[in-house]
Design a protein around this ligand. Structure first.
Ligand code: GTP
Length: 603
């Protein structure tokens, strides 16, 4: 165990975590140069396109240190986006150390701090690394000072490096060996292995990524899940280098995978402890009695309705969601019926990015045509009779008269930005009903702490923050509490009919304005039809806004002067393609964008 080091890399998004991981892998011989083209640890297609890391992956590396010894370094990748911060803590709990990557040209940002605190809370040794030293504006002294000021850890030994040029890579590997402690645990004790992650592979079934804490597991042995008591055969074991490499056994301190003929992901719950059953050999000595401390279950924060554009695609959508959930246990869904959209699903996501990723995967990998309703948070409603219900669909909000109180989720938000953007960020936070809790200066950087309604954040806070700060501000948030709020449901009516899937919940002070703005936006989005279409916004029975889309007079084909048949066909094809992602509501064709009109409304 003295020659094992388990570590993660934590960083703010884009500070170079994946690039550094690839460099370390390359340096340790895990990959040939030509394989380095694509970043290896980000394995999903979408990740590559968006350049973000979603699922934690690992790589077992062999490193010959300056002391002449060969060390087994297990690198566990972590995601960088706020939506996936729980995965960071999961990965970190399998490690004794973490490289804290700070972009030397940017300094400390929101997730640098959030992730670093997670690491310190878990008792993980943090080794600061100053990346992108090749950039002309790299300022290592400033980055060091910020690490010390903002995070409060010693940065004297922070290692300057460039994941791009390879500078400092050897120093980092030496620091991993010298500064990160070897795993603790009892190699001779009964097996305890923690499931850090699990996913479904269509060929081998469920793959479990585990950290062996105590004991040893050999291929073919019988394992037991401590949470459920279910037993399986450990058919195949191994490590990722990052390609998978089979092993005859996994020892205490190691991180590797187990394949045990498990078919449902639920049976391999992340956070569960695996132990050993050895019938006939005095059994008990090999079976642990106490499970390792698990992980906090994560709750979806943002909900939206997902509906097929055509009713006959409902089964297909259900199958796709089921498959998607096999690899994404944080995705939640249940059937839902909307008067306007028919049969579909209410889905729960960790945040907006997660929602976008799910939507994109359904469309791209599963070829689904979807209508997505505007995202909403979960409200806590105290009914007149005192009963408390959770409402995750605006359409299901009880009538005003039948409620005592509506409570909305409030989050604590940490915002980091260079001084010159403080004014703009404060204005934005105030617009979003934020209450300032604190403001602290760290050199040129300022940290603002606000309490803000999560509902305002899921709408468009992140995008607005980036735009008012020219991309320099960053944020991190955590749930605080439910708090009474004066919010109301705004219904949208098409030709006098209420469209349940278009209802939104907004603060009363903004309800008039937002109602009007949504209706105006929808007028732009919905194309002209054969009849006049009236779009109205209402609070209860009170109409607060109205717009009319005038009937279409001209036939589209009339534009084609009769003659040119290929042009006519093209136009029709274009119309047909454009028809995708439309939903017929009554006599009105409503395109996808109309359901998200609230996201496009300017404050
Ligand atoms: N000049 C320079 N660019 C770098 C360096 N390291 C990374 N980059 C670039 O910075 C960008 C972000 O790097 P990534 O490795 O994808 O960042 P990340 O932290 O893994 O980001 P997420 O996976 O999205 O969390 C990429 O365009 C890299 O090419 C470096 O040392 N120098």
């Amino acid at each position: 165990m003295n020659h094992i080091r388990n570590f993660s890399i934590i960083a703010h998004i884009d500070h170079g975590k994946s690039t550094l991981a690839d460099r370390l892998i390359q340096r340790c011989g895990g990959l040939a140069d030509r394989e380095m083209q694509a970043q290896v640890l980000d394995s999903m297609d979408i990740e590559k396109e968006r350049g973000i890391t979603i699922k934690a992956q690992t790589a077992a590396l062999h490193y010959k240190a300056l002391d002449g010894q060969i060390y087994n370094l297990n690198l566990i990748d972590t995601p960088g986006h706020v939506d996936f911060s729980y995965e960071v803590s999961r990965s970190l709990s399998a490690c004794e150390g973490a490289l804290l990557v700070v972009d030397a040209s940017q300094g400390v940002e929101a997730q640098t701090v959030a992730n670093c605190y997670t690491a310190l809370d878990l008792g993980v040794e943090v080794v600061p690394v100053l990346n992108k030293m090749d950039l002309p504006n790299a300022d290592p002294d400033n980055a060091r000072a910020e690490i010390e000021d903002v995070i409060g850890i010693d940065a004297t030994d922070a290692i300057p490096c460039s994941a791009k040029t390879g500078m400092g890579i050897d120093e980092i590997l030496e620091a991993v060996v010298a500064r990160i402690p070897p795993p603790r645990g009892n190699p001779a004790g009964p097996l305890r292995a923690m499931i850090i992650d699990s996913w479904f592979d269509s060929y081998v079934g469920v793959v479990m990524l585990v950290r062996v804490v105590d004991g040893r597991l050999a291929r073919g042995e019988r394992i037991k899940m401590m949470a459920t008591g279910a037993m399986y055969n450990a058919d195949s074991l191994g490590v990722f280098t990052p390609a998978n490499e089979t092993r005859a056994a996994l020892e205490a301190g190691e991180v590797g995978y187990i394949i045990a003929g498990i078919r449902e992901l639920q049976a391999a719950k992340v956070g569960d402890t695996i132990t050993l059953i050895r019938p006939g050999t005095g059994g008990a000595a090999f079976t642990a009695t106490e499970a390792l401390p698990g992980f906090k279950e994560i709750q979806p924060q943002v909900f939206a309705g997902l509906y097929p554009t055509e009713a006959n695609q409902y089964e297909g959508l259900r199958d796709s969601l089921e498959k998607l959930k096999l690899n994404d246990s944080s995705l939640y869904y249940e059937p839902e019926v909307s008067q306007a959209l028919g049969f579909g699903f209410r889905c729960g996501f960790l945040g907006l990015l997660h929602m976008e990723i799910v939507q994109e995967r359904l469309e791209r990998e599963f070829d689904q045509d979807l209508i997505t309703t505007a995202p909403s948070v979960v409200y806590q409603v105290v009914k007149a009779d005192g009963e408390i219900v959770m409402v995750e669909n605006p359409a299901k909000m009880p009538d005003q008269g039948r409620m005592e109180e509506i409570r909305e989720p409030i989050v604590t938000v940490h915002l980091y930005m260079p001084q010159e953007y403080v004014g703009a960020v404060m204005t934005l936070a105030n617009q979003k009903r934020g209450v300032q809790m604190n403001m602290a200066y760290h050199g040129r950087q300022v940290m603002l702490t606000y309490e803000l309604p999560l509902g305002e954040i899921v709408l468009d806070f992140f995008d607005k923050l980036k735009s008012v700060s020219r991309g320099y501000a960053s944020m991190d948030y955590e749930f605080k509490e439910y708090r009474a709020a004066d919010v109301v449901k705004v219904d949208i009516l098409l030709n006098g009919e209420k469209v349940d899937a278009l209802s939104i919940i907004v603060h009363r002070s903004q309800s008039q304005y937002r109602g009007r703005a949504v209706v105006a936006k929808m007028r732009e989005i919905i194309s002209r039809q054969m009849y006049d279409v009236a779009i109205q916004a209402a609070i209860g029975s009170n109409i607060i806004a109205r717009e009319t889309i005038k009937a279409l007079r001209k036939n589209v084909l009339a534009k084609c002067y009769g003659g040119d048949i290929s042009r006519k066909r093209k136009l029709l094809e274009k119309q047909k393609a454009g028809k995708k992602r439309m939903k017929q509501i009554g006599s009105v064709e409503v395109p996808q964008e109309a359901f998200l009109a609230i996201l496009q409304v300017e404050d």
